[in-house]
Design a protein around this ligand. Structure first.
Ligand code: NAD
Length: 295
């Protein structure tokens, strides 16, 4: 089975590489040549446009920053859909808008193309190992046909019903990730100011009820190392909290903690740190308190 892979950034390159390892023929495309080169170094063939990779594929996977990028890569005049035949399938794996996912599903269905919104969780480590969690929704027949492809990238693969459901579940998950990250950063800064050894504090939190993905992965992996390169960009965490709070507004549900967390990541963006890992928000608190969370 031939796969066209559009968006070979932090996650996409690793996911495409897993497909290559499992024996799929993968042609990739990215607007940033250096990002496509990284995927090419892992066995992905280089395509020159979204349309070109779709023309050489049975299934098209997109792993782009936002739903508007996905919509444009698929449905613009020179987009992938132009080269796709009825019966083909698109798997959109970004974290995006449930509303736009439904719009894309309708637009592609009009061309006889099936569409799954199938966002992922697990970050670059699990993208690299092929052990992501994947929550796929949309056409169930297409889901069954794509299951081996999804299992080549993910360990836990869920079918979650009609178009948009995958994105909704993913946004709720990532709202929690953002809230947890803010919480552990506040806790670590408080500990530093109180004179507690940060390594000991983290060790105890990680074996107690304050533990979270952020405390296990983000504090030792980025904050203690004082290196915020790579990982999950602060601007993407901000995007996810914006989408989650927009969904909550639409449904008239108060998400007070989600809205507060969103402002932390907005502050990281306005400070010019949106490209760094989301845990960079700890530096905002460090500046305010004149401390550094460093072992
Ligand atoms: P990224 O910015 O590293 O990668 C996105 C890639 O898309 C970039 O290489 C960019 O050049 C490319 N791109 C943008 N517009 C394009 C277009 N029109 N055509 C072709 N290429 C285009 O982001 P990422 O970290 O890989 O995340 C991708 C998606 O996955 C996001 O929606 C993100 O929220 C989600 N996600 C990320 C993580 C993570 O830990 N990084 C985890 C789970 C989900």
């Amino acid at each position: 089975m031939r796969i066209g892979f559009i968006g070979t950034g932090m996650m996409g390159a690793l996911m495409a590489a897993n497909l290559v390892q499992k024996g799929y023929e993968v042609t990739g495309y990215d607007i940033v040549a250096a990002n496509l080169e990284k995927a090419a170094a892992m066995g992905v063939k280089k395509g020159r446009s979204s349309k070109e990779v779709a023309a050489a594929a049975d299934i098209v996977i997109t792993m782009l920053p936002e739903s508007k990028d996905t919509k444009s890569a698929l449905l613009d005049t020179e987009g992938a859909a132009e080269a796709m035949k009825p019966g083909m399938i698109v798997i959109d794996m970004c974290t995006g808008s449930p509303t736009i996912a439904k719009e894309i599903a309708v637009a592609l269905a009009a061309r006889g193309i099936a569409y799954l919104d199938a966002p992922v969780s697990g970050g670059v480590a699990k993208a690299s190992d092929g052990t992501l969690s994947i929550m796929a929704s949309g056409d169930e027949e297409a889901y069954q046909a794509c299951l081996p492809v999804l299992q080549a990238m993910g360990q836990e693969v869920f079918y979650v019903g009609q178009s948009g459901n995958g994105q909704t579940i993913k946004l709720i998950n990532n709202m929690l990730t953002g809230i947890n990250l803010v919480g552990i950063c506040e806790g670590m800064v408080l500990g530093m100011k109180a004179g507690i050894d940060p390594k000991l504090l983290l060790q105890i939190i990680n074996s107690s009820s304050g533990e979270s993905y952020s405390s296990r992965i983000k504090i030792p992996g980025f904050v203690f190392k004082r290196n915020f390169n790579g990982g999950f960009k602060a601007k993407l965490q901000h995007k996810d909290l914006s989408l989650a709070t927009a969904l909550a507004r639409e449904l008239q549900v108060p998400v007070i903690m989600g809205a507060m967390a969103q402002q932390y990541f907005m502050a990281a963006l306005s400070g010019g740190r949106g490209e760094e890992d989301a845990s960079v928000i700890v530096t905002l608190l460090e500046k305010l308190t004149g401390t550094e969370v460093s072992p």
